[in-house]
Design a protein around this ligand. Structure first.
Ligand code: GLN
Ligand code: ZN
Length: 755
């Protein structure tokens, strides 16, 4: 008999209860006990919810107060020396010090580095190991959660991040290879497995998503040694879970590791079932990931059913493709979503219901087969819906010619015309777009949304903010101005709201990191731009000043990357549609007399596929989409782009191929190290390496920024260099922004006098 399970549930709570509890605890408004109570309650509620939805077995220890990778580090006592004292004094304070930093007058600790979890928008804290790192089983979180579940009479399967993925996700302070620590780590894992077995766990889930990456011989060796060692332990049965893609060339390795069960992602890689089945030793069972844990559409249940049938008696569990962490909790709450859309979607709870239905249908239940037909027709209704297709857009897209994705003239020629038109000084100063979104700005937006202030009053408010922002920039002496983005709630949502083909949820929250959540727009249909989206505000801003004002757009790849995207056509096609809409916007801005248009692509790099072999195809359509959006303008219109949080070494060719006239990047924290890739490539176009770290309220001095500019000038041509902060200023306050930008302008002026 096949059972229904899942690999992990969203932790934040359908109404973001965990976020509220965390933030109120951090502010000091509520005691630790209140936070623990909320966590306790959420775990119980989520187990019950999954059980009611039809899960036979649920995981435990999938919950986290902040991040499961940090939990694993703390569990095995991988606490870097500077945090040790505070952790020993109070583990909860120590835990949050690792997660968020700590400044308590006595101590000044940075947060651990944070980075993206595989190709998701979830961020984990990077474990920091020493060269001679020792691991001991220090915590009891998995045991405590197992005990909580068992006390409720719930069969729970503890989830652990597997030892190899754990080490591979971390870094060693001496720059050495964390995999060398495997032998030191394994006894602690073995001890934990023994304790879990003694506490009544029948199975334990070991997450090894690294198995879907490109692995080298050392990785493979680490996997074999790790799982051989754990097989020796007096352990529960082990379910090895792989997700976010196919096992590919690691299939034989994964299939033969000495565990009892293997979970495979059959949503991203349905074809891998055929390759895994013959590799699987006789005593192994499979967990089939047949419902998409990364998207919000109802599953293709017929396809899932045939996969399950094909797996035959090897199929022990039906599960989502990966943890449900990456989807919202419960669609039931989405009362305001238009009806057809609501019928097409499934959140975490509904995904488990789908699995239940599949499992029942497999046993031949007549009810289940009837419900399955209903569910299948809901999916079919979406795919056939006229809301998904717009003939006009498809025609226009089919008519796109290669020439439309190239600027008319090469960069040097454009640069000359633009220099003449703009008349900017050497080392022009600018900002990345947003200015402080003060409490006032947010309040006005909320009141407008709630109908407390009318459109006209809101418009006047925004006009004033914009005007003041321009005055500030003029007073500071900035050369290329921005309107400040006060009318925008979020750089993707703002565009999604104005484009047909996007929908917005009220409760579609997904954890990004810690207490931070995002609510991705839902891209469900063909993208149409009914009218200009930014021209009005840009024109208004340009009318207030003699200096050039940049038109600000979010790029096609970033809009795609930060949305839930339709699954009935390749992502590339959806991206091109967005690009086409943006192209019209760029042309409208140009026609309105705007001389500079910036198209932000901060998510270009994070869209990279997990496997290198898939990079060229992605970079090709992503780059083409950007160029389709950007290349309609004449030589005299200057196209900027902006990217942050990015390593450029392995994508520099693709970045150069975007052929933006100017690119601004985040470089201040790496002290211009990120510029190296551009230098080595001899990047020819304009470039603004950020000189001001906007992630911190700290105000950098003129000398500091001048130092960075000197470093940049050592390796760049003077005519290439722009002067700007790392990113937008929306999270900062005006006083610090004023001081920092004043110093930034001074540093550029100083440099001009020198050369
Ligand atoms: N123009 C955007 C801003 O300044 C860019 C944000 C980003 O790169 N994340 O806010
Ligand atoms: Zn940025």
């Amino acid at each position: 008999m096949i059972s229904v399970t899942h690999l992990g549930f969203p932790r934040i709570g359908a109404r973001r209860e965990l976020k509220l509890a965390l933030e109120s605890f951090w502010k000091g408004d509520t005691p630790a006990q209140a936070l623990h109570d909320t966590a306790h309650g959420l775990r119980e509620r989520h187990w019950q919810l999954a059980r009611q939805a039809g899960a036979d077995v649920v995981p435990c220890n999938d919950f986290s107060l902040y991040d499961h990778v940090l939990d694993t580090a703390v569990l095995f006592d991988a606490i870097p020396a500077p945090y040790r004292e505070v952790y020993d004094e109070n583990p909860l304070t120590g835990y949050f010090a690792l997660a968020r930093g700590l400044q308590d007058g006595r101590r000044d600790l940075h947060a651990l580095e944070m980075t993206k979890w595989f190709d998701t928008n979830y961020h984990y804290l990077v474990p920091q190991f020493e060269r001679d790192q020792r691991f001991v089983l220090r915590g009891d979180k998995p045991l405590a959660e197992l005990a909580q579940a068992r006390a409720l009479g719930i069969r729970a399967r503890p989830v652990l991040l597997g030892p190899v993925s754990f080490l591979k996700l971390g870094k060693r302070s001496d720059g050495g290879d964390p995999r060398e620590l495997l032998d030191a780590l394994l006894p602690a894992y073995a001890e934990l497995l023994g304790k879990l077995k003694a506490a009544g766990a029948e199975w334990v889930q070991l997450d090894e998503p690294a198995l879907v990456l490109d692995l080298d011989d050392d990785d493979r060796d680490a996997y074999r040694r790790a799982y051989a060692a754990l097989a020796e332990a007096d352990a529960p049965q082990r379910l090895l879970t792989t997700y976010f893609g196919g096992l590919g060339d690691n299939a034989a390795l994964a299939a033969r590791l000495p565990v009892q069960g293997l979970h495979v992602d059959l949503v991203r890689a349905p074809q891998q079932l055929e390759s895994v089945l013959p590799l699987l030793p006789d005593d192994r069972v499979l967990s089939l990931g047949v419902v998409d844990g990364r998207n919000i559409w109802r599953a293709d249940l017929d396809a899932a059913l045939s996969l399950a049938r094909r797996a035959g008696d090897r199929a022990h569990w039906l599960a989502p493709s990966c943890s449900l962490l990456h989807v919202p909790t419960d669609l039931e709450l989405e009362r305001k979503l238009p009806a057809p859309l609501r019928h097409w979607m499934a959140y975490a709870r509904q995904k488990i219901e789908e699995l239940r239905l599949l499992a029942d249908a497999l046993t031949g239940s007549a009810d289940a087969n009837r419900d399955l037909a209903t569910a299948a027709s809901a999916r079919a209704a979406r795919l056939a819906s006229p809301l998904l297709r717009n003939a006009e857009v498809r025609k226009r897209l089919a008519a796109v010619e290669p020439a439309m994705t190239r600027r008319a003239s090469p960069y040097p020629q454009r640069a000359k015309v633009q220099a003449q038109r703009l008349g900017l000084p050497l080392f022009p100063t600018t900002t990345i777009g947003s200015f402080p979104q003060t409490a006032e700005v947010r309040r006005a937006r909320a009141e407008h949304k709630a109908g407390k202030i009318d459109d006209a009053a809101y418009r006047t408010f925004l006009e004033n903010e914009t005007k003041l922002c321009l005055r500030e920039q003029e007073a500071l002496g900035i050369d290329v101005l921005v309107h400040g983005e006060f009318e925008r709630n979020d750089m993707v949502e703002y565009f999604g709201e104005q484009l047909d083909g996007f929908a917005f949820t009220a409760h579609g929250w997904v954890q990004s990191y810690g207490s931070r959540c995002v609510k991705p727009p839902v891209l469900f249909g063909d993208v149409v731009r009914p009218q200009a989206m930014t021209v009005d505000w840009t024109r208004y801003a340009q009318a207030q000043t003699q200096r050039p004002v940049k038109g600000m757009l979010t790029g096609p790849v970033t809009i795609l990357q930060w949305s839930f995207v339709r699954d009935d056509q390749p992502r590339a096609d959806s991206c091109r549609q967005i690009a086409l809409a943006l192209r019209q916007e760029v042309l409208d801005l140009e026609a309105a007399g705007i001389a500079i248009v910036q198209i932000d692509e901060p998510a270009l790099r994070e869209g990279l596929p997990l496997r290198r072999a898939d990079w060229p195809a992605y970079l090709s359509w992503a780059g083409e989409s950007f160029r389709l959006a950007a290349s309609g303008v004449g030589d005299a219109t200057q196209i900027h782009t902006h990217m942050c949080y990015a390593e450029f070494n392995d994508i520099i060719e693709a970045v150069a191929a975007l052929d933006a006239d100017v690119i601004s990047i985040e470089t201040s924290r790496s002290r211009m190290e990120l510029l190296d890739a551009f230098v080595r490539y001899r990047y020819p176009n304009g470039i603004g390496p950020g000189v001001y770290d906007i992630h911190s309220p700290r105000v950098p001095s003129e000398t500091e920024m001048r130092d960075l500019l000197d470093k940049a000038l050592d390796v760049l041509e003077p005519a290439q260099l722009w002067v700007n902060p790392d990113c937008g200023l929306k999270t900062r306050g005006w006083p610090e922004v004023r001081s920092a930008l004043r110093a930034m302008v001074q540093s550029a002026r100083g440099l001009r006098e020198q050369v």
